[in-house]
Design a protein around this ligand. Structure first.
Ligand code: KG4
Length: 339
């Protein structure tokens, strides 16, 4: 029998609802929040208020786009964490209310696990290849940088992670120093295409094991600019493209060095990318070179499933439903949650 699941995501500043039929996505609606642009970052209180305004219209649209009714839904999956507490509360409360009103099972989802499972979302009208277990996933977003060993849909192990900033944060914070608007990652990527990645050199961290660190790069970038601006006040404006290209290539090199080491140590050649930073063209190109150089099979989810979205929550809900992993009405959101 077909299983129709409603997925709800509200961990940060995107309100999203999706409908999945087994592992095939029928709709994925995302409402962003422009209100944060003026502040150079997400303002938690404004985010939760915007979620409250968005959640019902977004769910309505997800049902309509999928061509189903609330009566067709067999379970509700929602992001329990990690994320902003006020934001999570809106999605969690909505999911609990919907499940209670319709007497449906409730499925809590770990947002990080969902980013990894985005690889398994299928589209109507044609199935695509999915990674084979065990595989490695480089999970890089605004809040996380981790190398995850994935043994099964619901069995994952972190084998390396950042000890300070996330890769997305490094992009965004360095972009801010250059005067670019938030979130700077996509803009750095765009400008980098016109620049020389070898124009400038920035310090790379020396961190043991498979762990990452990005806070040193941010400081090195800041001091470098400060010194250059003293000599040439228009330095940033005159070198924006080269600065972006050099910064991006440094971040990508840092990410790839540990990913290559992880693949070598584990002997795993199924390599995947997940999270918002996997949209980065430099990182995508670097992963592709791994195909020829190391004989990897590589997988990158469709762009819409790499940033925050409810489709990935719905697919995780599907796998949890199959294992009957349900939550009670007493479930509460968690701002911090491990994979
Ligand atoms: O997964 P995600 O949507 O949500 C959070 O973790 O908040 O990731 C957002 C992050 C931001 O830091 C953003 O700058 C970064 O992903 N990002 C990019 C690109 N697109 C998004 N960073 C570099 N290049 C991109 N093309």
């Amino acid at each position: 029998m077909d299983l129709i699941i409603l997925g709800i995501e509200s961990s940060c500043d995107d309100t999203s609802a999706a409908i999945i039929k087994n592992d095939t996505i029928l709709s994925n609606v995302i409402a962003g929040q422009a209100v944060h642009e003026a502040y150079g970052g997400v303002v938690p209180e404004l985010a939760s208020r915007a979620h409250q305004q968005n959640i019902i219209p977004v769910v309505h649209k997800a049902l309509k786009d999928a061509g189903v009714t609330a009566g067709d839904v067999a379970a509700v999956a929602f992001t329990r964490g990690p994320g902003l507490m006020g934001s999570l509360l809106v999605g969690t409360s909505f999911a609990k209310g919907f499940a209670l009103a319709r007497n449906l099972p409730l499925i809590e989802v770990n947002h990080l696990q969902a980013h990894v499972l985005a690889h398994f979302i299928q589209e109507p009208g044609g199935r695509h290849d999915v990674p084979q277990f065990p595989f490695l996933c480089l999970l890089v977003s605004g809040g996380n940088s981790q190398i995850v060993m994935v043994h099964d849909h619901l069995e994952m192990e972190i084998i390396g992670e950042t000890i300070d900033d996330a890769a997305g944060e490094a992009f965004d914070k360095c972009a801010k120093v250059m005067g670019l608007p938030y979130p700077g990652g996509p803009l750095v990527d765009k400008l980098a295409r016109e620049g020389n990645p070898e124009a400038f050199t920035f310090a790379k961290p020396r961190i043991p094991d498979l762990n990452y660190s990005f806070s040193g790069l941010k400081t090195s970038f800041l001091y470098f600019l400060r010194d250059r601006i003293k000599e040439e006040p228009g330095f940033i404006e005159n070198n924006k493209e080269d600065l972006c290209a050099s910064l991006q290539s440094t971040i990508v090199d840092i990410l790839m060095e540990k990913l290559v080491a992880a693949a070598r140590q584990t002997g795993i050649k199924e390599i995947t990318l997940a999270g918002g930073v996997s949209a980065n063209s430099g990182l995508r190109a670097a992963i592709e070179t791994g195909k020829e150089r190391y004989g990897w099979n590589t997988y990158i989810p469709k762009f819409a499933y790499t940033t925050d979205n409810a489709a990935m929550i719905a697919i995780t809900g599907y796998y949890k439903f199959l294992k009957k992993e349900f939550s009670g009405q007493e479930v509460a959101p968690m701002a911090r949650m491990k994979l």
